[in-house]
Ligand binder design. Structure first.
Ligand SMILES: *[C@@H]1O[C@H](CO)[C@@H](O)[C@H](O)[C@H]1NC(C)=O
Ligand SMILES: *[C@@H]1O[C@H](CO)[C@@H](O)[C@H](O)[C@H]1NC(C)=O
Ligand SMILES: *[C@@H]1O[C@H](CO)[C@@H](O)[C@H](O)[C@H]1NC(C)=O
Ligand SMILES: *[C@@H]1O[C@H](CO)[C@@H](O)[C@H](O)[C@H]1NC(C)=O
Length: 482
């Protein structure tokens, strides 16, 4: 199954995709729209999709299906469409040859007095087996296409879709939705000092922003912790852009490789622990527009290990790993297990000051003479969160990897997404556990992120502890300094 599809469905971002629960029938505001009525909005969405693409790489519209509801002065179209991207063999147009590709997109297009605005766009590749049903005629039987995606993972039984659905599509868009959005967006642009090259780009970013506000609201409605989601510095990026720039695709394809298990130190953990108050954690850093979270997670861990062994807190170089760890892929992602090996094989890590961060791949300029820190080994830790807590309190901050669901819009509080939304199988971000405790009776992990201090709680993320939330226990590891 395509997990991103499940996600979109759960968020109500796949219009018409639900297996028609009773509440939908009662929702008279939305109705199935006939194909000809959808063509205008669908062509507009396609035009937006193709904007900036070279001739010969533009997608064509396949099947379209959708619903419409009144929204203020206009109509809001919720479309599901397949787009066909042509093959490309012309090196002047595409760097690498690309074969023909089918995408499944969901769009929300607002039509106000004939003026169109794209509020949402989410596109992803379709499993070719599924697209067999891609002709308009078959496509109208959309529920058959979608229903396999609603089979929850076997350990997700308690949070199946039925518990989620009543929350979705309840709130109609307010009358003055687009006016309100424009004014909130203006504030965002000022707060985060955004500049856009053209009026068109600004208009597009406004529509992305509006879409994101709706997404953040849905994520908020579905959170079971105390987290608040809303405007962040990433609010004008599409989900695809955010994923491509800031997340780490290698984590979900590979797990940490060939590490031996740490010797158990039991599961007795103090009720709470925080390495930040004990001098073992450097300031929050910023990976910039580069998928280098893996390097920050590992240096954070080594900084802690070195501090605990040698009593000296040194800020260590991520750039050395980007440039010199040839197994990992710099800004395109990496694995902590490879990074530990690289540190060992290179002969240590230089400090941040000596080998500073540029956020892009450079030639390796590591010098063994300048290395201030070494490691002797690395270990994989238990998947039991009680044991992880015990290990952390005794041994130091832990490198972990998580599913970053919702983090694009996270502001504060303890995040606790429903399990199907934050599957442990879709890990895409490496971070550092630095502590744990309870806040108002809710157990949490305190997580050092690498997106700057102007994200989250001064750069930190708080995630529910005790249920393997977002896979936090799946890839825990540490360097060993003897
Ligand atoms: C579902 O929830 C109930 C009560 O909260 C619990 O006893 C049961 O073990 C849970 N089942 C699964 C499969 O998690
Ligand atoms: C805003 O951005 C511009 C251009 O990127 C920059 O020159 C300026 O210093 C920034 N201002 C603030 C307050 O960050
Ligand atoms: C933290 O919360 C959990 C679950 O509510 C509870 O079992 C535990 O005793 C609490 N721990 C502390 C130190 O309050
Ligand atoms: C750990 O590694 C360092 C640097 O490579 C080395 O000098 C030291 O002897 C090692 N310690 C042990 C116990 O192997």
């Amino acid at each position: 199954m395509a997990p991103w599809l499940l996600l979109l469905s759960l968020l109500g971002l796949l219009p018409g995709a639900s297996p028609a629960p009773p509440h939908r029938a009662a929702d008279a505001r939305a109705r199935e729209a006939a194909y000809p009525e959808l063509l205008g909005p669908a062509r507009f969405a396609l035009e937006m999709y193709n904007r900036g693409r070279a001739a010969g790489t533009r997608a064509a519209l396949g099947a379209v299906r959708g619903r419409v509801r009144r929204a203020g002065e206009g109509s809001l179209y919720s479309l599901k469409a397949t787009l066909e991207e042509p093959p490309c063999n012309d090196p002047t147009v595409c760097q690498l040859p690309v074969s023909k590709k089918t995408l499944l997109c969901s769009f929300e297009v607002l039509d106000e007095l004939g003026k169109h605005m794209l509020l949402r766009r989410d596109c992803g590749p379709v499993d070719t087996k599924v697209t067999g049903a891609g002709k308009p005629k078959d496509f109208t039987q959309g529920s058959a296409l979608i229903s396999p995606l609603f089979q929850p993972h076997s350990d997700d039984r308690n949070e199946t879709l039925s518990s989620v659905l009543p929350l979705l599509n309840k709130d109609p868009l307010p009358q003055d939705f687009s006016v309100k959005m424009a004014s909130i967006f203006k504030e965002f642009v000022t707060t985060y000092n955004r500049t856009y090259g053209t009026q068109e780009e600004a208009q597009w970013r406004l529509s992305v922003f509006s879409n994101n506000m709706v997404r953040a609201q849905k994520i908020q409605a579905l959170d079971r912790g105390t987290a608040q989601y809303g405007i962040t510095k990433f609010s004008d990026l599409t989900e695809e852009e955010f994923r491509a720039i800031y997340l780490n695709p290698l984590l979900k394809e590979n797990r940490n490789k060939m590490m031996h298990l740490a010797k158990s130190i039991g599961d007795h953990a103090p009720p709470e622990w925080d390495w930040r108050t004990k001098g073992a954690v450097t300031n929050v850093k910023n990976q910039g527009m580069c998928g280098s979270c893996w390097a920050f997670s590992v240096t954070g861990n080594v900084e802690g290990q070195w501090f605990l062994k040698q009593g000296d807190l040194l800020s260590l170089s991520e750039q050395e790993l980007l440039d010199c760890d040839k197994v990992d892929k710099a800004c395109l992602g990496g694995l902590p297990s490879n990074a530990y090996l690289a540190i060992k094989n290179l002969g240590g890590l230089e400090t941040e000051d000596d080998y500073s961060y540029s956020g892009h791949l450079q030639t390796c300029s590591f010098s063994a003479k300048k290395a201030k820190v070494y490691i002797n080994d690395s270990v994989e830790l238990s998947q039991n969160e009680q044991k992880l807590a015990a290990w952390l309190a005794k041994k130091g901050p832990i490198s972990v990897a998580i599913n970053a669901f919702g983090m694009q819009f996270y502001r504060r509080g303890i995040s606790h997404p429903l399990r199907p939304l934050c599957s442990p199988w879709l890990i895409d971000h490496a971070v550092l556990l630095v502590g744990y405790g309870n806040r108002s009776g809710i157990p949490f992990w305190a997580i050092k992120n690498s997106w700057g201090t102007d994200w989250g709680e001064e750069g930190y993320y708080y995630l529910y502890r005790g249920s393997g939330a977002c896979g936090v226990n799946a890839m825990a590891s540490s360097a060993v300094v003897n």
